[in-house]
Design a binder for this molecule. Structure first.
Ligand code: NAD
Ligand code: DAU
Length: 337
């Protein structure tokens, strides 16, 4: 039986990963360590919280003694680290917590993995560590790191720490660098669920700047199958880019959402741009495709339809996560912008 510590799995991608693992791999026990920040929500694990192969622990990845206790108690063999502060805009208004969780938290997990001689440490990084592209070219695993936001700088720092633990102490690691995810259970601070939520409520859709920034979209389930392949099949010490070959401008994505929901384009409002806004991301995924035979299961059009349908069918979930603190966040970020 594989026994993995999955951190941050009450969040968007982590919860999708845990649901996938528990549904498709019955030889795997998952301990899910999550602090339940504003982005973490046990509702994201509905139907799986009491699964016999799942144990939830509320806690902080910066708490070394807790991490070591979990590893001992459950005979953990590997860590998959999803836990992070993840929203670029929040890293601009308040970068400190990004350093605490993304850098110090990762360091704490690495120290525990080293002390307990774990078999593998998989770090969820991001394509944003590579910086921004011009109109041509794609990020490969060899692209030099050039992060532009406090968020991506904290993720790049964590990547360096992971590699340093491998180089210095022989820790067996992998790093994945994925492009923008979309799908079920994404918190509506991120562009796609925010626009769906606003459109459903006939509110303005705040597009930053000219709306021509490009992101390379991946359906969250496909990201999760890629992570599983890296955890179970990759050689240690390898970095894998993950992307769906779905480059779209923000205006294209917003237009599609409005069309699917039958709402008018007049809801689009161009607002002041994000400071330092990266212009274009595009991922070359050929390494994971060739070495690990990974393939995305859906096109962007199929994935976005599934996603919009999910939000339509789960408006109670949306209402829960957008009450209280979210309203304050939204006003502070968008009012008068
Ligand atoms: P998310 O913000 O939805 O979830 C993050 C989770 O981490 C939450 O459940 C939160 O409670 C938990 N958490 C935060 N601080 C913690 C701490 N100190 N200790 C324990 N738990 C803590 O994030 P996401 O979008 O699911 O991203 C998951 C990972 O994937 C992150 O490492 C992110 O950098 C990376 N990533 C995200 C994307 C994307 O498009 N969302 C793309 C590439 C990589
Ligand atoms: O590329 C991977 C990264 O993708 C992850 O590492 C990050 O955790 C994740 O947040 C995401 O970063 P982005 O900044 O690209 O995602 P976001 O959803 O915030 O924004 C996507 C694009 O939409 C970006 O060009 C900014 C724009 N945008 C975003 C918001 C929230 C808007 O135009 N309006 C908005 O209200």
């Amino acid at each position: 039986m594989r026994k993995i510590l999955v951190t941050g799995a009450a969040g968007f991608i982590g919860s999708n990963f845990v649901r996938m693992v528990l549904s498709e791999h019955d030889d795997c026990f998952v301990v899910n360590l999550d602090k339940l920040t504003y982005a973490g929500n046990l509702g994201n694990l509905a139907g799986f919280l009491d699964h016999h192969n799942h144990k939830f622990v509320k806690g902080d990845i910066c708490d070394g003694p807790l991490v070591e206790k979990i590893i001992d108690e459950h005979k953990i063999d590997s860590v998959v680290n999803f836990a992070a502060e993840t929203h670029v805009d929040r890293s601009i208004t308040g970068p400190k917590v990004f350093i605490e969780t993304n850098v110090t938290g990762t360091l704490t997990l690495l120290e525990a993995a080293r002390a307990k001689k774990l078999q593998r440490f998989v770090q969820l990084s991001t394509d944003e560590v590579y910086g921004s592209l011009g109109v041509e070219g794609k990020f490969t695993e060899q692209t030099p790191l050039s992060p532009n936001s406090p968020y991506s700088a904290s993720k790049a720092a964590a990547d360096h720490l992971v590699k340093a633990f491998g180089h210095t102490w022989g820790l067996k690691w992998n790093i994945t660098r994925c492009s923008n995810n979309y799908g079920e259970y994404q918190f509506p601070e991120k562009m796609i669920p925010l626009m769906i939520n606003n459109a459903l409520n006939d509110k303005e859709l705040p597009v930053y700047g000219d709306g021509l920034n490009v992101r390379d979209w991946v359906y969250v389930y496909d990201h999760c199958t890629a992570i599983w392949k890296v955890l179970t099949e990759a050689e240690a010490g390898e970095i894998y880019n993950i992307g769906g070959c779905n480059e779209k401008t923000n205006l294209e994505v917003v237009g599609l959402i409005l069309e699917r929901l039958g709402k008018p384009k007049s809801l689009i409002k161009h607002v002041t741009d994000r400071p330092g806004h990266d212009r274009r991301y595009a991922i070359d995924s050929s390494k994971i495709v060739e070495q690990l035979s990974w393939q995305p299961s859906v096109t962007f059009e199929e994935g976005i339809n599934k996603t919009i349908d999910w939000y339509l069918q789960n408006q109670e979930w949306l209402r829960n996560v957008t009450s209280g603190e979210y309203k304050k966040y939204y006003d502070s970020m968008y009012s008068g912008r």
